[in-house]
Design a protein around this ligand. Structure first.
Ligand SMILES: Cc1cc2nc3c(=O)[nH]c(=O)nc-3n(C[C@H](O)[C@H](O)[C@H](O)COP(=O)(O)O)c2cc1C
Length: 196
């Protein structure tokens, strides 16, 4: 038993498997993207890394915007499909049955069926090698109000989000703790008053 060293590679998993929309409402496209994440809180910034040969690459470069649509268990089939078929051959909205809707702040459409749509404006394109990284500012976020509880809290845990890990899609497991729980003071259980 021991550790083995692999050649350097992309082994930071799990990551999102997001459906990124680009183009326009009239001529939209969807590309599945795993190389994405948050890179700054204020201003809210994100990135997508895309190979130059993707049909979406030029759409995003020309439009200077995209939408990151988060994915769920019911969207996993479409997520994979949009990651193996090209928009240069087909209209992926038509073939998946997903619904393109106008976004708030960008020309790229959002996916109605996705619980969270993150609208982004490109700030910089960094050539890295196989992929170019589109650094972008988040300019609007749309939430499906189905996942808001009575107090207005977003219950993303009910949305059955998926992730991507080393070539496969997974749903999330059970809750293990909440932010800061490791240092949170334990509240003593209230003593029960004896009933009279
Ligand atoms: C799970 C998954 C993740 C992917 N992540 C990326 C990515 O981060 N960057 C990228 O350039 N391509 C990625 N791809 C490949 C593109 O989604 C795929 O080539 C797609 O067909 C391109 O669509 P387009 O030609 O319509 O732009 C991924 C594919 C899958 C299935």
């Amino acid at each position: 038993m021991g550790k083995i060293t692999w050649k350097p590679g992309t082994m930071v998993y799990p990551v999102p498997a997001a459906m990124v929309t680009c183009g326009t409402l009239e001529s939209p496209n969807i590309i599945t993207i795993a190389w994405t994440g948050t890179i700054c809180t204020n201003p809210p910034m994100t990135y997508v890394s895309i190979r130059k040969e993707r049909y979406s690459y030029d759409l995003i470069k020309e439009g200077q915007c995209f939408v990151i649509n988060l994915t769920t268990k019911s969207l996993v089939h479409a997520t994979d499909y949009c990651g193996v078929k090209s928009g240069k051959d087909i209209n992926k909205f038509e073939t998946t049955g997903l619904t393109p809707v106008a976004s708030n702040k960008v020309k790229a459409p959002s996916i109605l069926e996705s619980p969270v749509n993150v609208e982004c404006v490109v700030k910089e394109i960094k050539e890295l090698g196989s992929h170019d990284m589109f650094l972008a500012e988040v300019v609007s976020v749309t939430i499906d109000d189905h996942y808001l509880d009575k107090t207005g809290k977003l219950r993303l845990d009910l949305a059955e989000m998926i992730c991507y890990s080393h070539g496969a899609y997974y749903s999330l497991g059970s809750l293990l703790g909440t932010f800061g729980y490791s240092v949170a003071k334990k509240t003593k259980p209230k003593k029960k008053r004896p009933r009279k």
